[in-house]
Design a protein around this ligand. Structure first.
Ligand SMILES: [Zn+2]
Length: 127
């Protein structure tokens, strides 16, 4: 197919050299809207420069050591990030901190039950 605008040969619906839509029979090529071919970049300039929330980092670290505090900090960080209107990032990190916090709390609970059971068993056999 040949472009009606620049006469270049191309395949498909749009000219590869100027972007003009392929002229179909009975339709004027002037009807093609050039704005359609302008690539609309997502307007999120702050995301590249956004600072990772210190609260999110603290939450992630504490979620391993002190899960309950990590979970609380994770939720605080999430609300802090959403209120920052794009100036702070790390929402994913805060979410991970909350998940890790719950997992660690669960594991620590299991360990506590294990030790309690072991202690109880020892106690029962000794007496
Ligand atoms: Zn063309």
């Amino acid at each position: 197919m040949f472009c009606s605008n620049c006469r270049a040969q191309f395949e498909g619906k749009f000219c590869s050299s100027c972007g003009t839509a392929a002229a179909t029979t009975g339709q004027s090529p002037t009807g093609a809207d050039p704005l359609v071919f302008v690539q609309t970049r997502s307007a999120a300039p702050t995301s590249a420069t956004a600072q990772t929330s210190g609260l999110a980092i603290a939450a992630l670290v504490l979620s391993f050591l002190l899960p309950l505090i990590g979970i609380i900090l994770g939720f605080v960080a999430r609300s802090d990030i959403s209120k920052s209107n794009g100036t702070k990032s790390g929402e994913q990190m805060a979410t991970i901190a909350i998940i890790v916090g719950f997992v660690m709390m669960f594991l620590q609970g299991l360990i506590a039950i294990f030790w309690a059971a072991l202690w109880f068993e020892t106690f029962m056999y000794e007496y």
